[in-house]
Design a protein around this ligand. Structure first.
Ligand code: PBG
Length: 325
């Protein structure tokens, strides 16, 4: 009884709750993903992600401005090219959609950090994250070469952070080597280290137009049953030169976020992915949950689990809500 009363004393009113609260989400923890298309004057809503858009570069600038005003420190850019081919050529074309976006934003808004996702799935005609051989098997080493070319061209175009999400083996080491060789000593690598083969990426594949035309990603992304494997991936990536490691998705893998952030001494990012967004958004649009309360609770849980950086499609909305609290 006495114990129960002690618990209550610390929950009695908002002032005391504020004082003893263990976890605060801060705008500084947020990273905002954005999709950029070719063309002009385009702001196209992603059907499976209401409130998330694909932007042509001219329209993207307004979003970047808004993101800066909200004091969000970084954006994560995904390119949605018009042309795709077997080799994902547009991923490493210096005049590609993402390279032009990086240059344009860097020139106009040097104050925001630019992270660029590195992967071939948005650029290959078959939608896989690497190059496929004649049997549809994804070739690791030739894919890594193209990923290195992509990463270098993003850094040349102005990316501050390189975020490889392809899950090919050895790509972090090869990218780091190429960066050093080209004297990009300051480029941060944020590696999607523990990236699970997840059903929660479904809506993203609408947003990035990157659904695989055959098979699935289980031969290179992780099995949801495994956590030791996450440790191996993370350890490898740190040894190969990653500065920040990522666990993805976030919510179904909070145990992984927690274990990894406890064990390793590098910053941990957690990606609250498209399916997590769509679940919350669709329930909110139906009036089935209180959106603000549910989103802030979710994001607090991700931080409590140990993530320093939280990548979320709700970043602008969260930043706005945090200002109002
Ligand atoms: C590219 C990539 C994916 C996501 C980020 N980078 C999709 C995938 O691997 O299928 C998912 C992001 C999300 O669902 O929000 N490989």
């Amino acid at each position: 009884m006495e114990l129960a009363i002690r618990h209550r004393r610390l929950r009695k009113d908002e002032n005391i709750r504020r004082m003893v609260r263990e976890t605060y989400v801060n705008v500084n923890n947020l990273m905002f993903p954005l999709f950029v298309l070719e063309g002009k004057g385009i702001k196209k809503e992603v059907v499976s992600m209401p409130g998330v858009y694909q932007y042509s570069l001219d329209m993207l600038y307004y979003e970047i401005e808004k993101t800066i005003k909200l004091k969000i420190p970084a954006v994560l850019l995904f390119g949605v090219p018009q042309q795709k081919d077997e080799f994902g050529t547009q991923a490493y074309n210096p005049e590609g959609v993402i390279q032009r976006a990086l240059r344009g934003i860097k020139n106009r808004f040097p104050e925001i950090l630019l992270a660029a996702d590195v992967c071939l799935c948005g650029y290959t005609s078959h939608g896989h994250c690497g190059i496929a051989d004649e049997h549809g098997k994804i070739e690791n080493d030739s894919s890594v070469k193209l990923l290195v070319d992509s990463a270098l061209s993003y850094v040349q175009a102005g990316a501050d952070i390189i975020a490889p999400s392809d899950m090919m083996d050895g790509r972090i080491g090869e990218i780091r080597k190429a960066l050093e060789k080209n004297r990009y000593h300051d480029t941060v690598i944020m590696s999607y280290s523990a990236k699970y083969a997840s059903a929660f990426y479904g809506p993203f594949r609408d947003a990035a137009c990157s659904a695989p035309a055959f098979g699935d990603r289980k031969t290179y992304q992780m099995d949801c049953s495994n956590i030791k494997e996450a440790f191996r991936e993370v350890r490898n990536d740190i040894e190969e030169g990653a500065d920040i490691i990522m666990v993805k998705p976030a919510l179904p893998y909070l145990d992984v976020v927690h274990a990894v952030s406890d064990f390793f001494d590098v910053p941990v990012a957690a990606y609250s992915v498209s399916g997590e967004y769509s679940m919350l958004k669709s329930a909110a649009l139906n009036g089935w949950i209180n959106e603000k309360a549910a989103v802030l609770e979710t994001i607090t849980s991700i931080k409590r689990a140990g993530a320093n950086i939280i990548i979320t499609y709700y970043a602008q909305q969260i930043a706005q809500w945090l200002k109002e609290i």
